[in-house]
Write a protein that binds this ligand. Structure first.
Ligand code: 13P
Length: 253
């Protein structure tokens, strides 16, 4: 069975309450009935409930941008997977490069979050990607393999079916400098063969691998046409419903 495309908008630390609801409603208006692929929006924590209410009854799902690995307790400032489920999240993005490189999250911490989110019923978008210096040093495949391997350590086959990998080369995020379809496809194919080695070919063929990094309406089609690119994790362009809809249109057959 061909993999269903999965397009997710990572709003990052943007919008206020009114803007978040307005954007969510505009996404529903344009894309709320799309059957051909899976679509999600990932607003900041504080607007999740309002956005979930705004997309209710449509085919748009809601995701969070992070979570913690404990249930509850004295973890000031953290948010549990159960809390995210409670406010209507289906997905959580973990290991985003901004969390790795701005906040300092390491593979081991990300792995604990992945395991907890999956066991609490959230589907995970595990983001991986190399820095420009790593690409220039020729270590892209090594870095990305390590992030995928360590990030998914201990994840069983049944739960792995609920993981999407998002390949986001750090040098392409928010820079306007998209990876070429060839550059992206090369890494996606490597990730899939790693997944085949870890989980068997059958499951590896089902796992979706999104590309992220300056995806916009004008370049989505050629990226999404690559055999191992199964969707997009969209930052800046997901803040405009029209542009986000253009990306989804780029994935239509
Ligand atoms: P941009 O689409 O703004 O480059 O961001 C990509 C990203 O980091 C999505 O998670």
């Amino acid at each position: 069975m061909p993999r269903r495309l999965f397009i997710a908008g990572n709003w990052k630390m943007n919008t206020n309450a009114a803007e978040a609801v307005k954007l969510a409603k505009a996404v529903v208006e344009k894309l709320g009935k799309v059957q051909e692929m899976d679509i999600a929006v990932c607003p900041p924590f504080v607007y999740l409930a309002q956005v979930a209410a705004a997309v209710a009854g449509s085919r748009i799902a809601v995701g969070a941008q992070n979570c913690f690995y404990e249930n509850n307790g004295a973890f000031t400032g953290e948010i549990s997977a159960a809390m995210l489920k409670d406010v209507g999240c289906r997905y959580v993005i973990l290991g985003h490069s901004e969390r790795r490189h701005v906040i300092g999250e390491m593979d081991e911490l990300i792995n604990r979050k992945v395991l907890k989110a999956l066991s609490d019923g959230l589907d995970v978008i595990l983001a991986v990607g190399e820095l420009l210096a790593e690409r220039d040093a020729g270590t892209t495949l090594e870095v990305v393999s390590r992030q995928v391997k360590r990030g998914t350590e201990g994840v069983g086959k049944a739960e792995m079916a609920r993981v999407t990998i998002a390949y986001e080369p750090v040098w392409a995020i928010g820079t306007g400098r998209t990876a070429t379809p060839q550059q992206a496809q090369e890494v996606h194919a490597m990730i899939r063969s790693l997944l085949a080695a870890l989980y068997g070919n059958e499951l590896a063929q089902q796992i979706r691998i999104q590309y992220g990094g300056s995806v916009k309406a004008s370049n989505a089609k050629e990226l999404l046409a690559c055999p191992d690119i199964d969707g997009a994790l969209v930052g800046g362009a997901s803040l405009k419903a029209e542009e986000f809809a253009g990306i989804v249109a780029g994935g239509m057959k």
